[in-house]
Ligand binder design. Structure first.
Ligand SMILES: *Cc1c(COP(=O)(O)O)cnc(C)c1O
Length: 425
């Protein structure tokens, strides 16, 4: 084998001659749809594209209602608000996730209770949830992270026993399935992001899903300045009722999506099932190859996960098998071979540069006890920390959008590093 790319040798993938599949994916269909919106003059506010997307996305997720909003952060916020979670309430979330999962909890004045994850799926540890429950606990927010699914059987059981809500953070899981049920249809509310990095995207955007008509009505109002939805939402009139006895409107603001975004999402959603299948086939094949290389562990594929939906491709690295080569050096070497960014997982929430509640006392210092309870530095998350510091390797999901020869090449690149590890010392 030739010299490692990081030491000046030829990279395994010459991305000038042979680029990785592009992300995002679009075509003539998007151009036509965008012009249609432009020329219609209906650019926002419950237009035909948004209405149709909501209908299709509800079908796609196996739910009764889908409601679009500006992003996958606001979705979490309005989910908490729809469930009337706020000051005095606790919400259990995993320590390994994008900062929004935690930030939205403090933005509704509730207290995030951040717990550790399982090392084989990187998703929330059900035993840790049990230990974290107090009389103040109101909800659990499992995150179906990267190529894995939170253990929804265990989480549903805990939620039932303790009368807790479940908000599924599905920002990574459009189309994933647990025992035949789609992500976003298992808990009380599903939260989706359509940010550019996600595998269904309009640049920005988000949607909440639910089977509960009362929640659907509240969610719809919360993204639309508190206005009551007129008539049915998107799948027939399910007997949507009043907010309460005392009024028709809710306090909220404008969190609406535009028709341009909905037009792009509608086209993307048509492509998504095939893309998911392709990524799943390639992911399974690549995981097989990786498990043959000493020191590498793919994310566990739970047999209850009946459909995978990969957001990024992640695996674990054990430096002992690579003569103690630090993981940062391993990632750099792999990045040089593949000409694509090779990253660690999210920063754990107890030491996350973008989750810093104490930088905003005017907003978050509700009282001294609260201020101290939301200090992320006080938590210990040994598994999250180990994954972030020593074990996680993450690549963009576009690497899974080609064919098997791309997977062979990725495995060969790692094998090359393994064979030449002495050169990196
Ligand atoms: C991306 C993401 C979000 C937030 O979505 P945005 O659309 O970027 O606001 C929330 N949770 C997780 C797990 C995410 O990956």
């Amino acid at each position: 084998m030739e010299k490692l790319a990081i030491l000046g040798g030829p990279p395994m993938r010459d991305t000038v001659k042979n680029p990785w599949p592009k992300w995002p994916v679009w075509g003539k269909e998007e151009e036509v749809a965008l012009l249609e919106v432009l020329n219609s003059g209906v650019w926002s506010y419950n237009g035909p594209k948004e209405t149709e997307f909501n209908k299709r996305f509800a079908e796609f997720t196996g739910t009764d209602y889908s409601i679009c909003t500006v992003n996958g952060t606001v979705t979490l916020q309005i989910a908490l608000e729809a469930l009337e979670i706020g000051l005095g309430d606790e919400v259990i979330i995993p320590g390994l996730t994008w900062q929004a999962t935690a930030a939205t909890v403090i933005d509704v004045n509730a207290t995030p209770v951040i717990v550790d994850v399982l090392e084989d799926t990187w998703c929330i540890d059900p035993e840790a949830i049990k230990k974290a429950i107090t009389p103040k606990t109101k909800a659990i927010v499992p995150v179906h992270l990267y190529g894995a699914f939170a253990d929804m059987d265990a989480i549903l059981k805990i939620a039932k026993e303790h009368d807790l809500y479940i908000i599924e953070d599905c920002a990574h899981k459009h189309g994933g399935e647990w025992k035949g049920k789609k992500a976003g249809s298992i808990g009380d509310i599903g939260s989706f992001s359509f940010q550019l990095s996600k595998h269904l995207t309009a640049g920005e955007g988000g949607a909440v899903t639910t089977n509960n008509p009362k929640l659907a009505e509240r969610l719809d109002a919360l993204r639309n300045c508190g206005r009551r939805p007129k008539g049915s939402l998107n799948s027939g009139d399910k007997g949507i009722g009043d907010y309460g006895d005392d009024g028709n409107f809710l306090q909220s603001g404008n969190l609406r999506i535009t028709e341009f975004q909905a037009a792009i999402l509608l086209e993307g959603l048509k492509r998504l099932p095939d893309q998911n299948r392709n990524r799943d086939d390639n992911g399974a094949y690549l995981n097989d190859l990786l498990s043959k290389i000493p020191g590498l562990t793919p994310l566990k594929r739970d047999i209850r996960e009946t459909k995978k939906a990969y957001f990024n491709f992640a695996f674990r690295y054990d430096k002992k098998a690579f003569k103690d080569l630090p993981i940062s050096r391993f990632r750099e070497a792999l990045q040089a071979e593949l000409n694509i960014v090779v990253d660690a997982c999210y920063e754990p929430l107890n030491n996350c540069s973008l989750y810093v509640p104490h930088t905003k006392p005017a907003r978050h210092k509700l009282n001294d006890a609260y201020w101290s309870a939301i200090d992320p530095k006080k938590i210990s998350l040994p598994v999250c920390e180990r994954l972030f510091e020593h074990e996680s390797v993450c690549l963009h999901h576009k690497i899974l959008m080609g064919d098997k020869s791309d997977m062979d090449l990725i495995a060969d690149a790692i094998e090359k590093i393994y064979q030449h590890v002495d050169d990196l010392m």
